[in-house]
Design a binder for this molecule. Structure first.
Ligand SMILES: Cc1cc2nc3c(=O)[nH]c(=O)nc-3n(C[C@H](O)[C@H](O)[C@H](O)COP(=O)(O)OP(=O)(O)OC[C@H]3O[C@@H](n4cnc5c(N)ncnc54)[C@H](O)[C@@H]3O)c2cc1C
Ligand SMILES: O=C(O)[C@@H]1CCCCN1
Length: 388
């Protein structure tokens, strides 16, 4: 029988969260193995694509607080690897002035003294051309917000992890996890042992957790990532200082609509609906519902007159949603040396560096740097069930 390779920690899943966790563990001198089921890089999970929004504008203070340090960690990685991962654009938040959601965004920015600008109906079009502010809507700009170059970020953090001596094995699907004081992980290509394991499997989290007798209340949805063509090329371009934007829940739509300036595909603006239809992550492309695109078309026709209201490109991505849309960052309830990072609910990318730090702290048995009560598994209570 072949000998089992031994590690301090094995991280399962090389998306943004697993890659940053592995990097933090290696920085803490842990002999770390990062396992990924697909050949890297791939487009089958949640972390692919050129861009993501980074922002401090949130409805809850705890996210804004975490982002303070997180911006520094992104900048640190940029310096360490001599790459540019962040571009400041600002984030325009629009929503019904009298709605709870819009007011929460605005007050969180104010309370936390985040650099911001409040736009009035009179000066709105002077600052934000080619956008119609809906009747009754207010508008504020989170100046600190911008774009993260997602694919580049993933490649960078994985590269830094390897430079620190970390090992990545891609095209190795984890097939079994045997909990114990030493955890045994069997993949399609080998058997490994480690003092601790971190599960960051994105949409596949529950499939992996079955091996540990746990199921979380997670729902996987497919997101249609839509790009819309500018009628006049350049009008919504990042170089013209067009910002990222987010529409809070209101009459316009039940969920956020959000967009990023044209950048990665010349002449095309990425605008998506913050919800999709249920899917099995292994059957993603069988989900063909396009009702979200209808909602986007209506909004674009009404409020973004410089875009053709027909998507020019539609790509796919997945969200793994928790019932309250907050993350899961916790120890396994039965096995303290198995740590879980899951349920990033479509807004986890920007937090990658801080999530890596927190999951590393949990796996080393340290006191986490932030209050993790919003992210604990026990909040689900009755919804957490035994897998067997
Ligand atoms: C369209 C879209 C737009 C978004 N926009 C933003 C945004 O603007 N800002 C923001 O902050 N966030 C955004 N997000 C959310 C963010 O991208 C996700 O929260 C984040 O990428 C989740 O990362 P993850 O590492 O948990 O999952 P994933 O990236 O899916 O990584 C999990 C990995 O685990 C691997 N894996 C699973 N099972 C196994 C196994 N058995 N063995 C080995 N490997 C396995 C998978 O192959 C995968 O690579 C967006 C997401 C989408 C889809
Ligand atoms: O995390 C974000 O910033 C984006 C925009 C808003 C909806 C979720 N995804």
């Amino acid at each position: 029988m072949s000998t089992k390779e031994e590690y301090d920690c094995i991280v399962i899943g090389a998306g943004v969260q697993g890659s940053f966790t592995a990097y933090q563990l290696a920085k803490n001198n842990q002999k770390t193995l990062l396992l990924e089921q697909f050949v890297l890089p791939h487009t089958r999970g949640s972390s692919h694509g050129q861009t993501r929004i980074i922002r401090k504008a949130y409805e809850q203070d705890f996210y804004t607080h975490m982002m303070e340090e997180c911006y520094e960690l992104w900048a640190q990685l940029e310096r360490e690897a001599s790459v540019k991962l962040y571009r400041q654009t600002g984030l325009l938040v629009m929503g019904p002035e009298n709605s709870q959601s819009y007011q929460l965004f605005k007050s969180t920015l104010q309370r936390n003294k985040v650099p911001m600008v409040t736009l009035t109906r009179d000066n709105f079009s002077q600052h934000i051309p080619h956008v119609n502010l809906a009747e009754g809507d207010g508008a504020v700009v989170d100046i600190t917000a911008g774009i993260l170059y997602a694919d580049r970020a993933l490649k960078t953090v994985q590269g830094q992890f390897q430079k620190l001596g970390g090992i990545i094995r891609d095209k190795e699907k984890v097939m079994d996890i045997k909990p114990g004081p030493i955890v045994t992980v069997s993949s399609s290509a080998g058997v490994y042992q480690a003092k601790s394991v971190v599960i960051t499997a994105g949409p596949w989290a529950n499939k992996l957790l079955t091996h540990t007798d746990l199921q979380l209340p997670l729902e996987v949805v497919k997101i249609n990532v839509c790009y819309w063509k500018e009628k006049v090329p350049g009008s919504y371009n990042v170089k013209q200082r067009f910002p990222c934007f987010l529409l809070t829940e209101g009459e316009e739509s039940k969920e956020h609509i959000y967009g990023l300036p044209s950048n990665e595909y010349p002449g095309l603006v990425k605008i998506c609906y913050h919800m999709g239809s249920k899917t099995d992550p292994d059957q993603r492309d069988k989900q063909t519902d396009r009702s979200d695109i209808d909602i986007l078309q209506r909004y674009i026709s009404r409020c973004l007159p410089g875009l053709l209201p027909e998507p020019a490109v539609v790509e796919s991505c997945m969200y793994t949603l928790t019932p309250d849309r907050h993350f899961v960052l916790d120890h396994h309830p039965s096995y303290s040396n198995i740590v879980i990072g899951a349920g990033f609910s479509g807004h986890g990318f920007k937090f990658g560096p801080i999530i890596g730090k927190l999951l590393c702290e949990l796996s080393l048995g340290q006191v986490p740097s932030y209050d993790l009560s919003p992210f604990r598994i026990r909040r689900f209570q009755a919804k957490t069930k035994s897998a067997l």
